[in-house]
Design a protein around this ligand. Structure first.
Ligand SMILES: Nc1nc(=O)c2c([nH]1)NC[C@@H]1CN(c3ccc(C(=O)N[C@@H](CCC(=O)O)C(=O)O)cc3)C=[N+]21
Length: 296
């Protein structure tokens, strides 16, 4: 048996087609949503992620505004760039590409983002709304963190049942694991979640009882085939550079051992799984912010 594919490329393409219509409706009312990106330093991986985000925006008719600062930028220079993006009327949502250079207080920078323009859903106000929003229909409308929202959308659009199922999340990071636990346990999603991390005593045992496994730690091929309940859905989020190919390109490995495909019922490829979904949800947050701004 071989796992069915949780196809992030195809699903993200479908979401972008839907977004295109909403962008056209906004255009009729004279609004063009705009994504701002702030990139500090010249890490090639970060640069290529940012380029991908601009490409996605162009596909759906969202404009993009790119701000770059040198790796030597100070805390105050970065803060000023954030304040300018907050004030720029062409920017309906923006992100500060993480990680920021060593020595910069990342949380202090994230706190300066206008919560109404927070395209990542990582501002404390929006994360707080997610904590308070157990019942999402009662919650204040807020942008959701892109990777967790993309994971849930990927499962939903492949009809993988979530309600009442046991989900084991590997990794408690701020962009994936922790907010994913919050999203999965909301009313309407209704999963039971085990959030594991580097001090978890018996990780294979926690994974074995899961109907859905999300690996977001950045440890190449950590998750083994004999950890997987037959038929479970497995989402491979992490990527680690494990060397270079002969042609000089980065050789990347996900968190899931390829042999898992022989046991799992569903598997998200990496690349081509959660990554494109993250980007589609980012565009979705920017479009939603523009829609919200019109209605308030
Ligand atoms: N403020 C902030 N927000 C982020 O969302 C954020 C960030 N900082 N810092 C870095 C991580 C990483 N990240 C990725 C998103 C998509 C792909 C992606 O689409 N990957 C493709 C492959 C891309 C390629 O081939 O270059 C795939 O999985 O198929 C990868 C990585 C967002 N991040």
């Amino acid at each position: 048996m071989t796992a069915l594919t949780l196809d992030g490329n195809a699903t993200a393409a479908a979401i972008k087609t839907e977004l295109k219509e909403r962008v056209a409706a906004l255009a009729e009312r004279g609004v063009v949503p705009g994504l701002g990106t702030l990139l500090v330093g010249d890490d090639p991986a970060s640069r290529s992620y940012v380029t991908g985000k601009h490409r996605d925006c162009a596909e759906v008719g969202v404009s993009s505004i790119s701000v770059e600062l040198p790796a030597s930028a100070s805390q105050e220079e970065i803060a000023d760039a954030v304040r300018r993006l907050n004030e720029d009327p062409a920017v309906t949502g923006f992100i500060v590409q993480l990680p920021l250079p060593a020595g910069i207080d990342e949380n202090a920078i994230l706190e300066l983002i206008d919560p109404a323009k927070d395209a990542d859903g990582l501002h404390p106000t929006n994360l707080g709304r997610l904590v308070l929003g157990v019942d999402p229909s009662a919650a204040v409308d807020a942008p959701l963190p892109c990777t967790p929202a993309g994971i849930i959308e990927l499962l939903r659009r492949h009809d993988v049942a979530i309600a009442g199922r046991h989900v084991t999340v590997i990794g408690r990071g701020i962009t994936v694991g922790r907010p994913l636990g919050l999203l999965l346990t909301r009313k309407g999603t209704d999963a039971t979640v085990t959030l594991t991390h580097s001090r978890t005593v018996d990780l294979p045992a926690e994974v074995r009882r899961a109907d859905i496994v999300v690996a977001a730690v950045g440890q190449p091929h950590l998750v083994q085939a004999d950890w997987i309940k037959p038929g479970a859905a497995v989402l491979d989020v992490g990527v680690t550079r494990v060397g270079t190919t002969e042609s000089g390109r980065a050789r990347l490995a996900g968190d899931v051992d390829p042999a898992v495909a022989e046991v799992a019922g569903w598997l998200s490829p990496n690349p081509g799984g959660v990554g494109p979904m993250t980007r589609a949800m980012l565009v979705s947050n920017v479009v939603e912010a523009a829609e919200r701004a019109l209605s308030t």
